[in-house]
Write a protein that binds this ligand. Structure first.
Ligand code: PEP
Length: 263
């Protein structure tokens, strides 16, 4: 269903009216985690300043440590909905449990399935039936074939509004949080009609890497990028070191606006 063989035209997925697909490079930005109404609104205003048309923000956070901030849950979803009301930005937010899909879908414009859940087949089936576009992040240990098969689980449920997101894979390299597999962008576009975007924040793990990796994603032909921003990253409850700050937004806007999409 997701293969390009039977569907030669590349697809565009619309999220609350915002297109992600071959004719555009979409910027999704926002906080890694929703913490407070002020922080989320502040991050949304930063996202708009950089040219973002979709807001990201996690209310249910899949953390490696059970002692780390797990997200605000439904209270976080309510904050996202308020910020959408205030700014008009549609919301992309993660769902981590098949039993919470209906709840998250009742607030979200797009459901995110994170790297740790790429092969959570019950969750994939549930988001496939939720009636919302889905962003499927690549498992950190997954081959491209396994990633596309995970998308197939969602598509099988009748939902072809799927955006794939390359977010870095595990390698022996420790200088970056993950190794951005930039070649996944053209490979996926050859194999699948689905849009593919890149997460330079979670792959690099450090704000200094976000703009260079964004340039490389756009140069490789990515259909969009998803980027963490935070008004006060030193106080962030999740992934502060990778969040862009106010001073980075002008350059991000310029990269999004001026960088030739195809060299
Ligand atoms: C995220 O985008 O908030 C996230 C946790 O990303 P990943 O699943 O890629 O680690």
């Amino acid at each position: 269903l997701v293969s390009r063989e039977n569907h030669p035209e590349r697809s565009t997925v619309r999220v609350g009216g915002v297109p992600i697909g071959p004719d555009t490079v979409t910027l999704i930005a926002g906080p890694c985690a929703v913490e407070t109404p002020e922080q989320t609104l502040g991050a949304a205003r930063m996202a708009i300043a950089a040219g973002a048309t979709l807001l990201r923000g996690g209310a249910f956070k899949p953390r490696t440590s059970p002692y780390a901030f797990q997200g605000l849950g439904e209270a976080g979803l309510r904050i996202l909905a308020e910020v959408r009301e205030e700014t008009g930005l549609p919301i992309v937010t993660e769902v981590v449990d098949a039993r919470e899909v209906d709840l998250v879908a009742s607030y979200a414009d797009m459901l995110q399935v994170g790297t740790r859940n790429m092969q959570n087949f019950a969750l994939l089936r549930a988001v496939g039936a939720a009636g919302r576009p889905v962003m499927l992040k690549r498992g950190m240990n997954a081959t491209i074939e396994e990633w596309l098969m995970a998308a197939e689980y969602i598509a099988q449920r009748g939902n072809l509004d799927i955006v794939l997101c390359e977010r870095g894979i595990r390698t022996f390299e420790t200088a970056t949080r993950n190794t951005l597999d930039i070649s996944a962008v053209p490979v996926v576009q050859r194999l699948s009609h689905l849009p593919v975007i890149v997460d330079p924040s979670h792959s690099g793990g450090h704000r200094d890497l976000v703009l260079p990796l964004t340039r490389s994603a756009i140069a490789a032909g990515a259909d969009g990028v998803i980027i963490d921003v935070h008004p006060h990253p030193e106080q962030a409850l999740c992934d502060g070191p990778q969040a862009l700050v106010d001073g980075d937004l002008g350059e991000l806007a310029r990269v999004m606006r001026d960088f030739p999409p195809l060299l």
